[in-house]
Write a protein that binds this ligand. Sequence first.
Ligand SMILES: *Cc1c(COP(=O)(O)O)cnc(C)c1O
Length: 500
Amino acid sequence: MTADEFAALCVPASCTLHDALARLNDTGRGVLLVLHPDGRLRRTLTDGDLRRAALAHVRDTERIEALPEHPPITIGTDATMPAGLAVLDRHQIDHLPIVDADGRAVDVMFRRELSQRIWLSSPHLGEEETAFVEDAFRTNWIAPLGPHVDGFERDLASYAGVGHAAAVSSGTAAIHLALLLLGVERGDTVFCSSLTFVGSCNPILYCGAQPVFIDSEPQTWNMSPSALERAFAWAKQEGRMPRCVVVVNLYGQSADMDAILPICQRYGVPVLEDAAESLGALYKGRASGSFGRIGVFSFNGNKIITTSGGGMLVADDEALVQRARKLATQAREPAAHYEHVEVGFNYRMSNVLAGIGRGQLKVLEQRVAQRRQVFETYRKELAGHTQLHWMPEPAGDRSTRWLTCFTLDGPHASVKRDLVLRYLERHSIEARPVWKPMHQQPLFRGAPYFAHEGGDLSGSLFDAGICLPSGSNMTDEQQARVIEQLRRALALAEDTRAAA
Ligand SMILES: *Cc1c(COP(=O)(O)O)cnc(C)c1O
């Protein structure tokens, strides 16, 4: 609903029933907001109210104020979507006005929108995948392992320009294996980007190791080379050299590898590249995920391509990848009687899911183009909103824009962020804050953290950042709905700040 459409729903109590009926007819939302002269909500007016008035022989030249008083059911601007839904259900109504602290109507929650939810990033599957899955059934390769696993590994390694790949059950499993392959043991230190999803660093805890978190830098939102440099100086002094550095590429954008890799090289510490969110991205023309000693991808349901759940570990070192495959299949020794000498895991990807992955990989370039198009549309349509800053894409890189993200400026950014998120949620649009950094998570309380010069950047990205629905299968109408609602939400957030 645009600001104009919202304004069209608002009428004064002096409006005649005839004019109100005409307005209901024009706006087609099933409800009007009857306002006091000072903008406070007096009541709502529905088709049902007008029907009852007609049955009671109230003439349509009468004014709305002649109808019996009818105190409105409303919720405040701080109400969440579930709270609003509970009120809709309790009163068996289909629309619910949202009022600010002064009782002024600012928005309406419509039941109809709730069934038309727009997701942050929903799976996007096509016919290619079906063909591969059918083949898996036809050839009776439903069992784990089979030709599609090998094929998916070959296809992905070749796409990413790395020597070898091992298909596993999730990105998190791939990271766990990668840490083990790099020799991470109980008591070891591991450096990791702070601004990330917990899947990047839960495996550090599986290994009994201790994470040290590194802040972001503003050009990529990814690991700050200067904070990394300071963390190494500290580690050297403390005698806590990390076993490896987990460098995360967020939201489809590569970290600044040319700055990060030489630092790690200088200290002789390998890089584990968490490219779970950056499959399809390019850093100076080269595939994201191919820069670390080991790279990791995810095919979880919300990623740019998906196998419903899955992951891939890639490396140029064939021995390393072979060892990953072994650890992922219960560390079985090559003997018919299942010989075991070390701890293993059940982490392999199944043949059916690998079939889906092969189909998805064929459309990856298309998906990248679609996500970038979604971003371009947001940028173009919201260009007038100067308080909004898009996640940067350094010249020479290709972000996939897996998620379109922006930050709000100003001193009340986190208040505005929450207001905007609640607003979108009430209209059944799934948007989210930027990742809450790991150094702020209770799970990692006490873990050392190295901030970017000038202060905690990942903390402020979290405070001010929002991720918008960015699915490659979003329709133009859906994106227009997001843009429309976002414009209203931003305007309201600005007003609130002015009032504060
Ligand atoms: C999704 C994700 C993971 C974990 O991948 P799963 O396949 O969900 O286990 C790890 N790191 C990052 C940055 C992610 O976004």
